[in-house]
Design a protein around this ligand. Structure first.
Ligand SMILES: NC(=O)c1ccc[n+]([C@@H]2O[C@H](COP(=O)([O-])OP(=O)(O)OC[C@H]3O[C@@H](n4cnc5c(N)ncnc54)[C@H](O)[C@@H]3O)[C@@H](O)[C@H]2O)c1
Length: 455
């Protein structure tokens, strides 16, 4: 089987390299730098286990900017980005990709299946992409080519494992034939996998519903953090942990709690970021508003999230007063651990607010410094350090923005020794408040902002 991957980003590269365990895969991207790097055996971003996988499958993986090399592919997976423009989904990349794919398959006698893996709002495939493909291929869908939607659910930081051990595969198609061809492909690839076959619009909607559900839990937890912070002796984590033990959430089987993954979203913090949750919520909200429905809940998820960074900053200013020229240490730049992705990262928003207030920012991250340097290349006032001690040195405040393992393992003494005034703002609640109180002035999300940890 020959597979083509169009758009070699997080989703395209991970999916394609996993497919290359069993199939020939041709990767096509318009970004020549990315393709050059990959041809030298280098992965353009940080993702655990991806280097190793790339080495393992290198014989079956080819990287090119030349789409014509993918002309004989049986399955063409379109994985280009779908960012936001204003509040709407920006379909320009995927429309261009479909135009090129349409031209590429023109005149072919085979029946390639074009699979939309990118996240697109409902009706996009049927009413935007299908007409583009038909126009440029001069073929009819269901006759000259097949068309499916197959949203991706991998999580950065865990992407290879997520892809290779999927909980379910969602397939959307408008014909039985296309649905079956893609189902059979996946059934052969994974020996035992649950496949949910749907129409195109439903498959598209499943991805948005999923990407609204998890942020809903996060904003719910953050709303409770705000409530708990206003009440003496209430720690939001004690509250949420106890709620999580409800058997409707955390079932006990053979005397042991299952600790389902959903529980990890019932945690208060500085908000969600990344390349999916914020943009997909914005795109869905805007899409639905155009249909004369005001999605109050979706809007609240976003507005609670949008106010997290400013809310945390207000608490810091209450302690430190004017932040002008104050040295602030930021631990963590990526939107979550085990990735170098800084897209919509709360940490980046925090640094931007601090720079507006003329604070001096010293930031550390185990892998995301390069991306952050690019982001702030035209801005003064932020210094990146690969050494945590140096980032902490002489600072008035340290804000933990990402829950990297390296930060969890820090000896609390380091804050006391290195910092000027050891105010530690733990936005991810990675430290034990009772231990920390002996070393620093500890502020934890969801604890009353009295300045003193509660017993
Ligand atoms: N990143 C994630 O964790 C994740 C998870 C699930 C779903 N998704 C969805 O998958 C899609 C891709 O996301 P991503 O994070 O991999 O994006 P990305 O920005 O990392 O990669 C997209 C790639 O597409 C390339 N591209 C753009 N136009 C092209 C064209 N005409 N032809 C060929 N290549 C082209 C870009 O150069 C880029 O390398 C998005 O719709 C996203 O919402 C992402």
């Amino acid at each position: 089987m020959k597979i083509a991957i169009i758009g070699v980003g997080y989703v395209g590269l991970v999916s394609g390299l996993c497919f290359a365990k069993k199939h020939e895969v041709i990767f096509v991207d318009v970004d020549a730098n990315k393709i050059n790097l990959l041809n030298k055996g280098r992965i353009p971003f940080y993702e655990p286990n991806l280097n190793e996988l790339c080495r393992q499958v290198s014989k079956r993986a080819k990287f090119t900017t030349d789409l014509s090399k993918a002309a004989d592919a049986d399955f063409i997976f379109v994985c280009t980005g779908t960012p936001t423009k204003g509040n709407d989904i920006d379909l320009s990349h995927i429309k261009n990709a479909c135009k090129s794919v349409g031209k590429m398959i023109r005149g072919r006698n085979t029946y390639p299946i074009i699979v939309i893996k990118s996240t697109v709002v409902p009706k996009t495939t049927s009413s935007v992409l299908l007409p583009i493909l038909e126009k440029h291929s001069k073929k009819k869908a269901g006759n000259g080519f097949g068309l499916c939607v197959n949203p991706e659910f991998l999580r950065e930081g865990n992407a290879v494992e997520d892809f290779l051990e999927p909980d379910r595969i969602i397939i959307g198609a408008s014909t039985e034939k296309d649905s079956k061809l893609l189902s059979d492909f996946y059934k052969k690839f994974f020996n035992d996998v649950y496949i949910a076959a749907n129409n195109l619009n439903t498959a598209e909607m499943i991805k948005y519903c999923s990407n609204a559900f998890f942020p809903l839990l996060i904003s719910f937890s953050n709303e409770f953090a705000e409530i708990c912070e206003r009440i003496p002796d209430v720690d939001v984590h004690a509250v949420l942990d106890a709620v999580s033990m409800d058997k409707r959430i955390n079932q006990k089987v053979n005397g042991r709690f299952l600790h389902p993954g959903i529980v990890s979203y019932l945690k208060a913090g500085c908000g969600f970021g990344g390349s999916c949750f914020p943009k997909d919520l914005k795109a869905l909200t805007s899409f639905i508003k155009k249909m004369n429905y005001k999605p109050e809940l979706l809007q609240s998820i976003l507005s609670i999230n949008d106010s997290r960074v400013q809310g945390i900053l207000n608490r810091i200013e209450k302690r430190l007063g004017n932040l002008k020229d104050k040295k602030i240490c930021i631990l963590g730049l990526s939107f979550k651990p085990n990735t170098d992705d800084i897209r919509e990262s709360p940490s980046i928003y925090m640094i931007e607010r601090l720079l507006e207030k003329s604070a001096k920012v010293f930031a550390h991250d185990p892998v995301a410094i390069k991306n952050a340097q690019m982001h702030f290349k035209d801005r003064k006032g932020v210094v990146f350090s690969e050494d945590i001690s140096k980032a902490l040195e002489a600072s008035s405040c340290c804000i933990v923005m990402t829950s990297w393992e390296a930060y969890k393992k820090l000896d609390p003494q380091i804050f006391k020794e290195k910092m000027n005034a050891p105010l530690l703002v733990d936005c991810r609640r990675i430290y034990d408040k009772d231990i920390m109180k002996d070393y620093v002035d500890y502020v934890g999300i969801g604890l009353m902002s009295s300045g003193k940890p509660l017993k």
